[in-house]
Design a protein around this ligand. Structure first.
Ligand SMILES: *[C@@H]1O[C@H](CO)[C@@H](O)[C@H](O)[C@H]1NC(C)=O
Ligand SMILES: *[C@@H]1O[C@H](CO)[C@@H](O)[C@H](O)[C@H]1NC(C)=O
Ligand SMILES: *[C@@H]1O[C@H](CO)[C@@H](O)[C@H](O)[C@H]1NC(C)=O
Ligand SMILES: *[C@@H]1O[C@H](CO)[C@@H](O)[C@H](O)[C@H]1NC(C)=O
Ligand SMILES: *[C@@H]1O[C@H](CO)[C@@H](O)[C@H](O)[C@H]1NC(C)=O
Ligand SMILES: *[C@@H]1O[C@H](CO)[C@@H](O)[C@H](O)[C@H]1NC(C)=O
Ligand SMILES: *[C@@H]1O[C@H](CO)[C@@H](O)[C@H](O)[C@H]1NC(C)=O
Length: 763
């Protein structure tokens, strides 16, 4: 395999300054629903006409304001508009929504062994052939790819599937030879980003990092996610000697299609929609998006990811997404019911660093810094080395310039981290280093499990261990400590646990739909990286960005075995077979305090690969189900028809969104009693009888009718109802489960209920 040209290009001589418009205009996305029979040319012409109308009849201005036309899988365009022009546009016939080009953020391997799939190259779920994996194409909307990574080699892969209609777009340090039989296509989308963030050349000149104007990945995030889901087997993957061993993605024989819509500072809606529009047309089978809107999320048809994934689903493509890294209740994003939304859990591997105090006491911390301390050094609280105008309290957080060099030199500093996303953990180690410190103990009040690549010997500890170390320091004349480099330790704690940062339910947009749907490993995940960043080939990262591609890999395995399953069938199979127990058989707990986790943390639970291919029954949702759902959340006939591109009507009083045929059941507003309906489809043996088994939420009676479902053929459907009745008042959400059981199969849905009278707060 000849490497495709790897050239680091630093553009130094840029003469054209970005021209800033003197009137306030920005990029808006004009979304116009499903596309009819118009050709791309017709659509472009109509877009220009609409733009001309808001530009006072000036066609040249209209054309100049136009950024993108979306005409493959849905209709719309992106253009530079003033606020007034945007609101005029929103009134025009055919327009569903007009929204500003907002920025979305990335939700920044052993993990596959942990999930229950071996390390062998031809990974298969026992008993099922996954030979068809090579026909599965996964589209990654992310920061691009580093094609030379061993994770993306195409040795032994058959020719590109004939259904593939995508392309290998060339650009800076990216030639057609950068695509191969593994990375079968690559494109990039820059207009939305460039227009908002001045020209890329400008930021390149000022910034330190190299950004490729091509599908090449300069940040590493895109290579990490793609290799996690679909990377080839690499026998010597390691991060600075840590976690060394063979590793590969979930579906190593499936194909990768790259859609680079994310750049250093984030991903803009206009670019994301263009990526979805192309991916759907190109023929991908699955789309993986490890990024999302800030919480709280805008309405579904004012958000590029929700819109793109709605049309992807209509084309039979399941979109897998990350729930976000905010960690608080109600913070989950990517809330649309047509997506599979993934929260983050731990694996059973920790990167632990020993801390030995002068009195011989030993504590464990978490770290990725492989730097060695030669001898024990004096340890001191950062609050005691405050410098300049900083108070001891401020300095205890090791803020930039807050430390006195004279006092800090040669010492190990104890720094605090509040857990807020705006505080960088790595940066604190840089601050200590700059002040002459030789080591750092970081007391993290929220997140003790994320292993951080500190730039000096350092380790993260929780509040408990932290106060014991502080107490030693306070009560000892010459306190010292020695921090050892981390070691990968397996099975030291119960796993999986829910990562503290993993964003949680309830769903802030449609409370009746539980989010996240599942959790997957997202804590300290080793995968491919971009050498353009820190010259690293592999890196260890944490985030729901990392858990999303684990689910994507699993979806690829199912799709390979059942190519004709709908997105909702695949999603149902993963959700109804998931487990809510950890590997020790106890209930999954949530970091940092180890409380028992609930469906707002993990949705349906942690996937069990050995069960996903034989789910017995599935909760399928067709286009008509999503139409009814849109009616139930208030869409009118006009919007519905534009979105779906047909003559659908909302029929009078819509049922509650709780009635969407979803694999989990949520009733957020229970008054007295309430009944929901579900339909299950038999995808197991033709003749099977299932019995309902309910674990009712506290204070709620649950009645399932009928109690027994008998099937006699494959594909046969049965309806059932679930009636919830209040038996005693409760203040908050309560949780239970419903399982349909036959010999070896259990089809489980979480039950999530809250009484109407309870409390005033919506979340
Ligand atoms: C690791 O493997 C890659 C190819 O798989 C090879 O190019 C590289 O030299 C190996 N490195 C070591 C240290 O063995
Ligand atoms: C740092 O501490 C030393 C010793 O206590 C003191 O002399 C010096 O003024 C301090 N410097 C700053 C910038 O606070
Ligand atoms: C240690 O002393 C610091 C002040 O230097 C104080 O803020 C902290 O509460 C003390 N901690 C313990 C555990 O004694
Ligand atoms: C409205 O009713 C018609 C006929 O029963 C049905 O085909 C259609 O799917 C319904 N529309 C919605 C949005 O449920
Ligand atoms: C539900 O409530 C209605 C009236 O509010 C009552 O007639 C009905 O019997 C109740 N159903 C159940 C199953 O409790
Ligand atoms: C299930 O219910 C739907 C609507 O409530 C109905 O159209 C359908 O025929 C029912 N299916 C079965 C198998 O009874
Ligand atoms: C709840 O179920 C129990 C046991 O089936 C029954 O005795 C009780 O009356 C029910 N309560 C209500 C409020 O329906």
């Amino acid at each position: 395999m000849a490497p495709c040209s790897v050239v680091f290009v630093f553009l130094l001589s840029i003469t054209v300054a970005a021209i800033r418009p003197c009137y306030p205009s920005q990029v808006y996305v004009v979304y116009m629903g499903s596309k009819g029979s118009q050709t791309a040319d017709d659509i472009l012409k109509q877009n220009h006409q609409m733009l001309t109308a808001v530009h006072g009849g000036r066609l040249d201005e209209a054309k100049a304001s136009h950024l993108y036309t979306y005409s493959n899988a849905f209709r719309g365009f992106a253009a530079k508009l003033s606020k007034e022009q945007a609101s005029k546009m929103a009134e025009m016939p055919g327009v569903v929504s007009v929204f500003p080009n907002l920025k979305r953020n990335l939700h920044t391997t052993h993990s596959w062994d942990f999930i229950g799939l071996g390390t062998n190259e031809e990974m298969e779920i026992p008993g099922f052939s996954t030979k068809n994996q090579e026909n599965i194409i996964i589209g990654f909307i992310d920061t691009g790819i580093w094609p030379e990574s061993p994770s993306f080699n195409d040795v032994g892969m058959p020719p590109v599937p004939s259904k593939w209609k995508g392309q290998c777009q060339t650009g800076e340090s990216f030639t057609v030879s950068c695509c191969n039989k593994k990375v079968i296509g690559a494109r990039y989308y820059l207009s939305g980003y460039e227009t908002e963030e001045e020209s890329l050349e400008e930021s390149m000149k000022s910034g330190k990092t190299v950004k490729y104007k091509s599908p090449r990945d300069s940040s590493g995030h895109g290579s990490h996610t793609a290799s996690t889901a679909a990377g080839r087997y690499v026998n010597n993957m390691t991060y600075n000697g840590l976690g060394a061993g063979g590793a590969r993605g979930g579906a190593p024989m499936s194909r990768i299609a790259v859609y680079k819509a994310c750049w250093d500072s984030g991903c803009y809606d206009a670019d994301l929609l263009a990526a979805f529009d192309d991916a759907i047309r190109d023929g991908v089978d699955i789309i993986s998006v490890s990024l999302g809107p800030n919480s709280p999320q805008e309405d579904y048809f004012y958000d590029a990811i929700s819109i793109g994934s709605f049309h992807a689903t209509s084309h039979g493509i399941l979109v897998v997404s990350s729930a976000g890294n905010v960690g608080t209740r109600g913070s989950a994003t990517n809330l649309a019911p047509w997506m599979l939304t993934v929260g983050a859990s731990s694996t059973d591997r920790e990167f632990t660093s020993s801390i030995v105090l002068g009195n011989g006491k030993k504590f464990m911390g978490e770290s990725l810094s492989s730097l060695k301390m030669n001898k024990a050094s004096r340890i001191i609280s950062a609050s005691d080395v405050n410098g300049g105008y900083f108070t001891p309290y401020q300095s205890s957080f090791c803020l930039d310039s807050s430390l006195n060099r004279t006092k800090a030199r040669g010492k190990i500093l104890i720094c605090h981290h509040s857990g807020s996303a705006s505080e960088s953990r790595v940066e604190k180690s840089m601050v200590v280093k700059k002040a002459g410190g030789v080591g750092m103990i970081m007391i993290d009040e929220v997140e003790t499990d994320v292993a951080v690549p500190f730039v000096i010997p350092a380790a993260t500890v929780g509040k408990g261990v932290g106060s014991r170390i502080l107490s030693y320091v306070n009560h000892t004349r010459n306190p010292t400590a020695l921090i050892f480099p981390p070691k990968a330790v397996l099975g030291s704690r119960a796993a999986p646990r829910i990562a503290a940062f993993s964003s949680k339910g309830p769903n802030s947009l449609t409370t009746e739909i539980l989010k996240p749907d599942i959790v997957a490993p997202g804590l300290n995940i080793l995968a491919a990286w971009s050498p353009a960043d820190n010259n690293l080939k592999y890196n260890i990262l944490s985030g729901t960005s990392m858990s999303c591609p684990h689910a994507t890999g699993l979806v690829a395995l199912i799709k390979a075995v059942y190519p004709h399953w709908t997105p909702s069938a695949i999603k149902s199979a993963i959700m109804t077979t998931a487990s809510v127990l950890d590997k020790n058989g106890g209930g999954i707990t949530a970091d940092p305090k180890g409380r028992l986790a609930n469906p707002f943390d993990y949705g349906s639970g942690f996937p069990v690969p050995s069960r996903v291919l034989d789910p017995g029954l599935i909760y399928d949702a067709q286009a008509s189900d999503y139409k009814a759902f849109l009616c139930s959340i208030g869409y009118d006939d006009k919007s519905l028809q534009l979105i779906t591109g047909d003559s659908s009507k909302c029929n009078g009083s819509s049922p509650s969104p709780s009635n969407l045929n979803y694999p989990s059941i949520t009733v957020p507003n229970l008054k007295g009693n309430y009944t929901i309906t579900r339909t299950v489809t038999n995808v197991g043996i033709p003749s099977a009888t299932y019995q309902a088994q309910v674990s009712p939420p506290t204070g709620i009676n649950v009645t399932v009718v009928p109690q027994i479902l008998s099937f006699s053929s494959y594909g046969q459907k049965h309806n059932f109802t679930v009636t919830f009745t209040t038996t005693s008042p409760s203040k908050d959400y309560v949780f239970g489960s419903l399982s349909w059981k036959t010999d070896n199969i259990k089809v489980t849905s979480p039950l999530v209920v809250r009484l109407a009278s309870s409390g005033s707060s919506f979340l």
